[in-house]
Ligand binder design. Structure first.
Ligand code: AP5
Ligand code: ZN
Length: 202
C-alpha cells in the first residue's frame, strides 16, 4: 500500500503514520524526521536548521531528493510531511502512484494546544502529550524532550506557512477526487480506526 497522510502541523500525522506503518508493514517516510536527523548538514541551500527553527519550509530541491531516495527503496509506505506545496505535489506525481490520500482535519485552536504540549522520547521517537498522553513509566517520562520548533512563536509561524503553502495541496488532491477526509479531533484510537478502514478499502 502507498499511503499519503496530509494535515496541518500537529494534526496527528506522526502519531497515525507510526501506527499505520506497523499495522500494514509499511515504511514510514517522513521528511520532518529525516531533516531533523540531518539538521546541521551543510548543503547548497545552507543547513536545514536555518529554516526549521524559524518554522519556514526547507527548499524543495533538498526535500524532493530525500523523498525520491526514500520512496525508491520502499515497496509500501506511509508518507508524512510531504508534499507541502504544489511544486512538491507535482514532483510526487511524477515519481509514484498513491493508493490512499488521507487528510486529518483539526481546528487551529486544537493544533496550538497539541503542538505546545507535545513531548518526544529521544530513545524511541514515541510521541506524547503533557495533557492527553503521558507514559506510565517514570523513567520514560523523565527523559522526554520538547521539539525545538514547538515554542508558541514558531508554532504560529508554522501554521501561517501551512495556510500559505500547504492548504492548496489539500485542494489539489480534493480536485483530483483522491482525498478522503478524516475527523482528526477524535481520540487517537478513533482516528486510527478511520484511517485504517480507508487504507484497508483502498
Ligand atoms: P514536520 O516534522 O513534518 O512537522 P509538521 O508538519 O509541522 O507536523 P508535526 O510533526 O508538528 O505534527 P504531526 O501532524 O506529526 O502531529 P503529531 O502526531 O506529532 O516538519 C517540521 C519542519 O521540517 C517544517 O516546519 C519544515 O521546516 C521542515 N519540513 C518538513 N517537511 C518538509 C517539506 N516537505 N518541505 C519543506 N520543508 C519541510 O501530534 C502532535 C501532538 O498531538 C502530539 O503531542 C500528540 O501526542 C498529540 N495528538 C496526536 N493525535 C491526537 C489526538 N487524536 N488527540 C489528542 N492529541 C493528539
Ligand atoms: Zn510529525
Amino acid at each position: 500500500k502507498k499511503v499519503l497522510l496530509l494535515g496541518a502541523p500537529g494534526a496527528g500525522k506522526g502519531t497515525q503514520s507510526k501506527r499505520l506503518a506497523e499495522e500494514f508493514s509499511l515504511e514510514h517516510v517522513t521528511t520532518g524526521d529525516a531533516l531533523r536527523a540531518n539538521k546541521d548538514m551543510e548543503t547548497e541551500y545552507g543547513t536545514p536548521r536555518e529554516y526549521m527553527d524559524a518554522g519556514e519550509l526547507v527548499p524543495d530541491g533538498l526535500v524532493n531528493e530525500i523523498v525520491e531516495e526514500a520512496l525508491s527503496n520502499a515497496s509500501g509506505f506511509v508518507l508524512d510531511g510531504y508534499p507541502r506545496n504544489l511544486s512538491q505535489a507535482e514532483y510526487l506525481d511524477d515519481i509514484t502512484d498513491l493508493d490512499s490520500v488521507i487528510y486529518l482535519d483539526v481546528s487551529d485552536d486544537e493544533l496550538v494546544r497539541r503542538l505546545t504540549g507535545r513531548r518526544l522520547d529521544p530513545e524511541t521517537g514515541d510521541i506524547y502529550h503533557t495533557e492527553f498522553d503521558m507514559p506510565d513509566d517514570d523513567e520514560i517520562a523523565d527523559r522526554l524532550v520538547q521539539r525545538d520548533d514547538d515554542t508558541e512563536d514558531v508554532v504560529r509561524e508554522r501554521l501561517r506557512v501551512y495556510e500559505e503553502n500547504t492548504a492548496e495541496v489539500i485542494q489539489y488532491y480534493r480536485d483530483s477526487d483522491e482525498l478522503v477526509e478524516v475527523d482528526g479531533e477524535q481520540t487517537p484510537d478513533q482516528v486510527f480506526e478511520d484511517v485504517k478502514s480507508v487504507v484497508t478499502d483502498a
